[in-house]
Design a protein around this ligand. Structure first.
Ligand code: NAD
Length: 344
């Protein structure tokens, strides 16, 4: 006879759930679970979760994770019976990603990726919840002529005092803290090293290449490549990343795992494809490289493939069409205050 589950649905906490990746993750998780989404909107947007706010199995809490939070004291969580059921899984995605205003948010970035991560890990200890950290390919440092692909055992080359170290080193420290909590508290943790991701709900007019190419193509403005014709990168669709995060949580791999596309594209070819798909007459222009828009390395994804059968399946051309539809629908409401995104 099958063992009867104690709870009908898991309680799952997603920090940064109103962000680009987090909101897509909430969309998937809420199909079978009760989802608590925490965000302070520093780089996310309420519009990303508007459609979930009335869902009976979804609860949003506006909170800065740099401050501790006692979930059991929140009346809005009574419906999930957190006091009795606790939290079974935590996806920790919160981190500011605001390159246009990056200099103005470096303190929040450093604190969210240290104190904030600690506060979320403490929740995981308290509830004996499984914990997944959304780390980044930036922990490996810049790609070089000799090293284009990064495997998980590469220790990286990051300047802890660089102008963007609050993010790069912050992610490294979050990994260290996660590993330390696993050792000291026997916590069930996993670390996803996410590579460049794209899809609907990326901030438009933000400095991210794909939504900006599309926006400018639709507006008949020049598509700006920040670098030269050799600038290349990989792009993984957000649905593949969400699928990878959920598989990683289920599988429970203790060592870090790369999640990203291992196919490299010249950025200029992506721009040309956007022009073709939108039927635009825009031209492509080259601009000086941006500090926060540099070519990144590509992931070795053998570990994810072999351990839990994950690999990206959305072709760039198919994925682009979805973003074009999204930008078309939202371009009229782009706020002039939108901020430039950092190289993630
Ligand atoms: P995002 O900015 O859209 O999402 C991050 C969310 O965290 C935002 O909604 C933001 O408001 C929230 N947040 C930040 N600090 C917070 C705090 N102190 N308290 C509460 N909420 C806070 O970015 P994203 O692209 O969805 O990235 C999600 C995660 O994945 C981030 O940790 C990011 O570093 C990581 N990542 C993303 C990429 C990518 O290409 N998008 C690549 C590598 C890693």
């Amino acid at each position: 006879m099958a063992t009867k589950a104690i709870f009908e649905k898991k309680n799952i906490l997603v920090t940064g759930g109103a962000g680009f990746i987090g909101s897509h993750l909430c969309d998937e998780l809420v199909k079978k679970n009760k989802v608590i989404c925490i965000d302070n909107f520093i780089s996310g947007d309420e519009a990303n979760i508007d459609h979930l706010l009335q869902h009976p199995d979804f609860q949003f809490i506006k909170h800065d994770i740099v401050e501790p939070i006692a979930l059991e004291t929140l009346p809005e969580l009574e419906k999930f019976r957190v006091q009795f059921q606790g939290i079974q899984e935590i996806y920790h995605l919160a981190s500011p990603t605001l390159p246009k205003g990056f200099e103005q948010t470096i303190m929040q970035t450093a604190l969210t990726n240290s104190v904030g991560t600690r506060n979320v890990l403490e929740l995981a200890v308290g509830y004996k919840a499984k914990f997944l950290l959304a780390s980044s390919s930036v922990v490996y440092g810049p790609r070089t002529a000799e090293r284009i692909y990064f495997s998980e055992d590469y220790v990286g080359r990051v300047d802890q005092l660089s102008p963007r170290s609050s993010y790069d080193e912050g992610k490294r420290f979050s990994e260290t803290l996660t590993a330390t909590y696993a050792q000291v508290h026997g916590l069930d943790t996993c670390i996803a090293r996410i590579f460049r991701t794209y899809g609907p709900r990326m901030k438009i007019d933000s400095g991210q290449m794909i939504p900006d190419f599309i926006f400018n193509a639709l507006e008949g403005k020049p598509l700006e490549v920040f670098g030269d014709a050799s600038f290349s990168s990989s792009f993984c669709h957000v649905s593949d990343i969400v699928n990878g995060l959920m598989k990683l949580m289920k599988h429970g791999e203790t060592k870090p795992v790369n999640l990203g596309s291992d196919l490299e594209y010249k950025v200029i070819d992506v721009a040309k494809k956007v022009i073709e798909l939108t039927g635009s007459t825009s031209e492509i222009v080259f601009q000086k490289p941006l500090l926060f828009m540099t070519p990144l390395g590509l992931p070795e994804i053998t570990v994810a493939k072999e351990r839990f059968g994950w690999f990206p399946i959305v072709l760039l051309e198919d994925g682009l069409q979805g973003v074009i539809d999204y930008v078309r629908a939202h371009k009229s409401i782009i706020s002039s205050t939108s901020k430039r995104q950092v190289d993630l």
